[in-house]
Write a protein that binds this ligand. Sequence first.
Ligand code: GAL
Length: 389
Amino acid sequence: MHWWTSGGEARAVDTLKQMMQKQGDTWKDFAVAGGAGEAAMTVLKTRAVSGNPPSAAQLKGPDIQEWAGMGFLTDLNGIADAGKWDSIMPKRIAETMKHDGDYVAVPAGVHRINWLWINPEAFQKAGAKVPTTLDEFFEAADKLKAAGIVPIAHGGQNWQDTTIFESLVMAMMGPEDYHKAFVETDEDTLRSDKMVEVFKTFKRIRNYIDPDAAGRDWNLATAMVINGKAGMQIMGDWAKAEFTAANKTPGKDYLCVVMPGTQGDFIYNIDSLAMFKLKNEANKKAQQDLARTVIDKPFQEVFNLNKGSIPVRNDIDMAKFDDCAKQSMKDFQAANDSGKAEPSLAHSMANTSYIQGAVFDVITNFFNDANADPKKATEQLVASIKAAQ
Ligand code: GAL
């Protein structure tokens, strides 16, 4: 069970289907559309509670621990030991896959959130310069707007709003405060003057999106950048998979630029599959095959080439990857060492689904209300998170 239904995502998941079928396993696809997986998680709960969980489901971050804590997940320690999982991937990834020291999920790839996708032709038409700071970002947006191009392709959905918001938090407050706000939910940080400034800046974004943004799927927003209707999009690198699927070349047809102000920082989102406890022996064997396949080098390469993410293993030859992926790999490794890697809240990595939902509500209500007050929004953030704790 997964939510990989866009053009690029479907191509990526198809690589897994093919590898499984080659081994004689049966692939039953259970895709629940909806970026970032909120709808999929609702369906998963219904299935699991009624005693009919899928063999494997896309589950991420703290949700993995939550499901394992309730006793739903089977451990993968045998395969993990044989495959030396502890030593082939960064500790940060391994820990996310474990519950009480047991592996209960297998990681597929690492996405970076803080990217800006640019159509260089649109920039050229508008006389806009590729931004490296937030000021330059808004200058470019003004130029695009003046040229009649939608400056920022956006889909008005809670997780997309929060994808932009968390990138601004990283840009304006830095990794330490990002951590305090979203991982520790520290009240002083959440209601700080700096956070008020983030809300103010977030509000400015509204001036640069088109009137039809409400409810738009993320991949349709990416399509606007691909076809030049829009100049840029702030989105994780699953967006790259859409460019790849459209046969576009990075550096030429489109640019991947680190979100201005977050150079060296890395908001990460690890995709992973968790395995549910099953009774049927054949299905159990298929689960083991799946876990082994996902971590094996051939899958890590071909899946991530198609998905826009980077391999979770330290020992993959990056020769076939493009410059965006190479930069992502380099930045992820450096950020892991320097403490500048932080988990995405919008993508269920930083906190529980309850806290995430509480933040989503405040961010999206704020974004949709032209008269919303930034200072009040920070207080709402504190109150809403408290109520969810
Ligand atoms: C993320 C997921 C990605 C991508 C994206 C859009 O949460 O980790 O793999 O699919 O949602 O659906």
